[in-house]
Design a protein. Structure first.
Length: 314
């Protein structure tokens, strides 16, 4: 559990500037009004520049939490597959866009700052090899107020996590500027875009692929995603088994049909796993994560049976 006091340094604060659209602030506060007992949140997207050690973060869009988000008074889990789909739609017309970070609420439980789980998650995210930006920006809603001023309905705090930095930093409000710029993808538009979603092969594969990447990246760090003109999207790497050995795995995605299919191949397998490799080569799976889970369990089962037989013979 993290118990370190949040450091606020004048040097860092002077080097970071955040430009936040008023329309985005309104979208966040409207979402807070809808969920006044449970935590909620969303993704922050936009652009950034960094020159001479000075970082400017410009938020240009808010992606809502998604229809499968899970909420409680003390926890919040976003619908990552939905948000990935929305982000790619934005990216198609705004290729300069980046995932800058997240926003979520604590005013419902009275916790005035980031939780230990938030801090651990954001450190892990900013240092992940697939995170594009060298920072992670987190906006936290900390309190609700009775006021007629729509911009002061809630108190917010801004934090920045840096890649390779064990600390994290609260950005002083004087370095946050509310600007009059339109959102590149308003919340209402993202909701409408989701309901009009067509289930062609390419679009249906995208959210599932994002979920695959999340699961594989978290639980199978030896497996990484790749793409090529010949193979398309695939995952490759070493899978560690229960006896400490490793097997080389290649997961292929076939998105030419109505729904994506996945196959798995094991490379240079020992004799004890050859029959498993042959069986897996004939199978199809609905997702890369399912293929990898079945592969791991099948290999471990074969190793366990072999060890049990050897022990019984001896």
């Amino acid at each position: 559990m993290w118990k370190r006091k949040i450091p606020v340094t004048s040097e860092l604060g002077a080097d970071i500037r955040i430009l936040f659209p008023e329309a985005g602030l309104s979208a966040i506060f409207d979402e807070c009004d809808r969920f006044d007992r449970d935590e909620t949140g969303g993704r922050l997207v936009g652009t950034y520049t960094e020159h001479g050690g000075k970082l400017t973060v410009q938020v240009t869009g808010i992606i809502e939490s998604g229809p499968q988000a899970k909420r409680s008074p003390v926890s919040f889990f976003q619908d990552g597959a939905y948000q990935e789909d929305v982000f790619r739609r934005i990216e198609s017309s705004h290729p300069e866009i980046e995932h800058l970070g997240n926003w979520h609420t604590h005013h419902v439980n009275g916790h005035p700052t980031l939780s230990g789980g938030d801090i651990e998650t954001y450190h892990r995210t900013v240092n992940h090899h697939q995170h594009n930006t060298p920072f992670f920006y987190a906006l936290l809603v900390t309190a609700k107020h009775r006021t007629t001023d729509p911009r002061r309905r809630y108190s917010i705090k801004h934090f920045v996590f840096r890649r390779g930095d064990k600390e994290f930093y609260e950005i002083p409000s004087r370095h946050v500027e509310i600007v009059e710029t339109p959102l590149v993808w308003p919340v209402s538009a993202s909701r409408a875009g989701h309901s009009d979603h067509t289930h062609d092969a390419g679009s249906s594969a995208l959210p599932a692929r994002a979920h695959d990447n999340d699961i594989i990246g978290e639980f199978y760090p030896g497996i990484r995603p790749f793409s090529s003109q010949k193979l398309g999207i695939y995952w490759r790497g070493s899978l560690e088994l229960l006896d400490g050995s490793k097997v080389q795995v290649v997961l292929l995605e076939d998105s030419t049909g109505h729904a994506p299919k996945h196959s798995v191949a094991l490379r240079d397998v020992p004799a004890a796993l050859q029959s498993v490799a042959d069986e897996l080569a004939q199978a199809e799976f609905p997702s890369a994560r399912a293929a990898l889970i079945v592969t791991e369990r099948s290999c471990n089962r074969a190793l366990y049976r072999r060890a049990h037989e050897q022990e019984r013979k001896s």
